[in-house]
Design a protein around this ligand. Structure first.
Ligand code: AHR
Length: 697
């Protein structure tokens, strides 16, 4: 009896474990009796050519993706404007070193920069002699940057500041640990009163003697007097292509081979109120003269060091094309009437002249003075973001459309209105399509464009992601559904011009979001409540990793401009498979490749017979072919700073490569078969298996 009870208990325990693991564990032991056939039609001339700009990136200033993110500026609130234009104002995150008996920090409007008048006034009460001796190390102010500055041994940083004083000054500029106890690098500014009587720009190069990921910048003195500071910047000398971007973050997106960069947002472009929307003219020219602004959708201040020019420069450095999303006189809460929108239209025409105009033109000369005499290759603009349903959208849109087409007939104009299921009622070259939804929904939306009219403007799927419970802060489940969705988009790339995931970056110290209530497709931006999850790349001051969604995008890095082949998938039972196939020539090694991608979204493993029609039997080089798999033990697995490679693709040689292949897809997996085509033997001399292709599914 005892034994029986014990066995019963064990059986129960095993049953419970079994039940749990069939939900959680995806590794082994699943039913393998599912079979499928995949026919790939590689007959010369079949398939279609995907757009050269099919896969790209959407960058939004959200979650401190730019300020405190890809823009390498270490100082937060460098011009002391974040606290507003009235004094006294809050200088946060600047803070005091010393106490009120030795130093008083306040703000006034004495800056020499007319667009941003606030400056920091530092009244030093202690001295090197007398009754009030300054503490060792001095008194002053520090800036902790964006949740700590990453200062690294042997690296050099350029500190620029503007200073003014009625007396001679001796100021230490230092990088220290967060409590000031460890000095990583320091230099003294010593100047006679006559040298600093008027605002003076000072540059200091600091080479760090140590590494600390949570450092701060200090401005200290031991000398009594009054010193004003303004526009204090600290930049690492080592940035991506020397243009001020955080190298390791940009190298991650470079690896995706993006063909375009949509910027600078999203809702960020609109603003909760028009007065807080992104205004490009206030983000160009010398950085010291930029007023900065409070982004009231994602609720933080940006100094706008990362401005319109820097976005254009980044896009060029990535070898991508810019997609400039501009405000069309509509925010979340207010709208400019169409009859009054012409100043907004002129503002946008000026932005186009800035990007493309001759270096002698009014705005082209501003660009040239910033270091880029040649025009930028701006070919795409989007009129607003998620504004289609708003009262003045169509009226305003047409004003922008007509003016832009008149001045720049080649510029491609993107509408916010969804044309995937019905024709647009206004002219456009592309239309935005946004989707944030659950994993099952997104996977099933792989077929969203199957029945879209093949005539008319193409879709720009400019924001997509699995969000909500399925996504966590970047789950494997979300990525798998996105992989299926992207395969569907690739298959339909005759009607889809561009695709980008959203959002791209999150500083882990500042996730922003709204709560998801079902799917949002070309709806309205919702007000930020707490956190925005997930994002493709997570970083802090010194670390970064890709979420599984980031890694999925790597599988599509060669798809832009590739030939998308027709494929037909048949399965013995309802399956959760979706597949696509592309061929392309690698620009570096000049080899031709065939890539077959399959997502198995189901919990059974599936044996798939793959047949490639239209290639000679010896046309695949099995030694140069590989297989890449993205899979994980649990659906909700995520990467993290501690385990950045928990869910990443694994690549292995694929010896079974050929025109006939038997492969087994593990449950819940994304597999890419990367087949090297034999050079010189890839032409269709011998069509080994003529097959009637029905319409692809
Ligand atoms: O990607 C985050 C936000 O989602 C974007 O700002 C907006 O366009 C969408 O609602």
């Amino acid at each position: 009896m005892g034994l029986f009870r014990h066995s019963l208990l064990s059986i129960l325990v095993y049953m419970i474990i079994g039940l749990c693991s069939s939900y959680q564990s995806l590794a082994n032991g699943a039913n393998t009796n599912q079979t499928a056939k995949l026919l790939v039609n590689a007959v010369e001339g079949s398939g279609h050519r995907a757009s050269e700009t099919l896969f790209g990136l959407f960058f939004e200033e959200i979650n401190h993706a730019g300020a405190g993110g890809i823009w390498a500026e270490l100082v937060s609130n460098r011009g002391f404007e974040a606290g507003g234009h009235h004094t006294p104002s809050n200088i946060d995150p600047w803070s005091i070193i010393g106490d009120e008996s030795s130093v008083i920090l306040s703000t006034d409007s004495s800056s020499c920069f007319s667009n941003n008048k606030i400056a920091l006034k530092m009244e030093v009460l202690c001295d090197t002699t007398g009754s009030n001796i300054c503490p060792t190390g001095g008194v002053g102010t520090y800036n902790p940057g964006f949740w700590g500055m990453n200062i690294e041994q042997g690296k050099t940083y350029k500190v620029v500041l503007h200073v003014k004083s009625l007396n001679s000054v001796s100021i230490s500029v230092s990088f220290t640990s967060s409590d000031g106890s460890q000095i990583l690098a320091t230099s003294n500014i010593i100047a006679a009163a006559s040298d600093v009587l008027n605002w003076t720009k000072v540059e200091v190069m600091l080479e760090s003697q140590g590494t600390n990921h949570n450092s701060r910048l200090q401005l200290t003195t031991t000398r009594k007097g009054v010193i004003w500071f303004d526009q204090v910047s600290a930049m690492p000398m080592d940035t991506y292509k020397g243009h001020g971007f955080r190298r390791e973050l940009i190298e991650m997106i470079e690896g995706l081979k993006p063909r375009f960069l949509r910027f600078p947002g999203g809702c960020f472009v609109e603003g909760e109120w028009l007065r807080n929307a992104f205004r490009w003219k206030e983000t160009v020219g010398p950085w010291e003269e930029r007023p900065g602004h409070f982004g009231d959708v994602w609720m933080y201040w940006t100094d706008d060091g990362l401005g319109y020019y820097e976005f254009l420069q980044l896009t060029e450095d990535l070898g991508a094309l810019p997609v400039w999303v501009f405000n069309n006189g509509i925010s979340h809460n207010d709208q400019v009437a169409t009859s009054s929108v012409s100043p907004f239209v002129q503002e946008v025409l000026d932005s186009l002249e800035f990007a493309r105009g001759d270096s002698n033109s009014t705005w082209g000369s501003v660009r040239a003075a910033m270091g880029h005499p040649q025009p930028f290759d701006l070919r795409y603009v989007a009129v607003g973001n998620e504004d289609c349903g708003k009262k003045n959208y169509r009226g305003n849109y047409l004003k922008f459309y007509d003016a832009i087409k008149h001045a720049y007939p080649d510029i491609q104009i993107i509408s916010n209105c969804d044309g995937s299921s019905r024709q647009l009622d206004h002219p456009a070259d592309l239309y935005d399509f946004h989707i944030y939804t659950s994993a099952n929904n997104l996977f099933s939306m792989a077929h969203q464009f199957d029945h879209t009219s093949r005539a008319g403007p193409k879709a720009f799927v400019s924001e997509y992601a699995v969000t909500g419970n399925d996504a966590g802060t970047g789950s494997f489940l979300a990525a798998l559904a996105e992989a299926g969705f992207l395969i569907g988009l690739e298959r339909n790339s005759d009607v889809i011009g561009m695709v980008s995931y959203a959002p791209l970056f999150v500083n882990s110290n500042d996730r922003r979001s709204f709560q998801m209530a079902g799917a949002i497709s070309n709806g309205f931006c919702l007000k930020a409540l707490l956190l925005w999850n997930p994002d493709a790349i997570v970083f802090n001051s010194w670390q970064q990793y890709g979420t599984p969604s980031f890694w999925v995008q790597k599988f599509f890095a060669e798809s832009s401009g590739a030939t998308v082949l027709n494929t037909t998938l048949t399965a013995n039972s309802t399956s959760s498979l979706i597949a696509s196939a592309i061929t392309w020539q690698n620009a570096d090694d000049k080899n031709n490749y065939l890539r077959i991608k399959i997502v198995n979204f189901g919990s059974n493993s599936v044996s798939v017979k793959i047949s490639v029609d239209g290639l000679a039997s010896n046309s695949i080089d099995s030694f140069g072919s590989t297989k890449t798999i993205l899979a994980s033990v649990n659906l909700m697995d995520e990467n993290s700073f501690q385990a950045p490679n928990k869910v990443v693709p694994t690549e292995s040689l694929f010896e079974g490569a050929g025109i006939d292949m038997d492969v087994v897809l593990t449950p819940h997996s994304f597999t890419s078969f990367n087949l090297l085509r034999n050079s010189g033997k890839s032409s269709i001399t011998e069509v080994v298996r003529p097959v009637e292709y029905v319409s692809s599914s």
